[in-house]
Design a binder for this molecule. Sequence first.
Ligand SMILES: [Zn+2]
Length: 155
Amino acid sequence: MGFKLIHDSHFTSERTEYEPGEPVEVVFPWIATDTDYQFYIDGAFAMPEYMDGRYVIRFLMPAHDTEVSYSSRNTMFYDPSARHDRPSWSDGSPLSENEWKCNECGQVNSGKFCSTCGSPRPKQERARSMEDRRRLSGQRRSRSAERTLSTRFSC
Ligand SMILES: [Zn+2]
């Protein structure tokens, strides 16, 4: 009677039950571009091998049920010069930070104009959300990202 190997459907393994000390091989084939992955065995950081476009996690089965998990984060907006203490992959999507609520009809928008009634994005709201973003995110955004934002929002 072995112990259970627990993982979600993103992983594949030969079996779901192993004897203690048996070599276990868990494969993670769902590698997306612009994404960093971290793998964990029972919550402890695990170093995967990269083979043929897949990550392979190998270990010897401990004498208890063992869970293999992963976390991922998008690296498209990642700025290495803006490191901070919070893990950046727990940040919300960058789009939601740009959202604003229309004063006229209450529609939540992300563009310059309301998608329902066509009202322009209020200037005050814009300034406040920029301020909020700076306060909340600190130095998270690179200067070039800030420049892109202010260019996009000036009408
Ligand atoms: Zn509107």
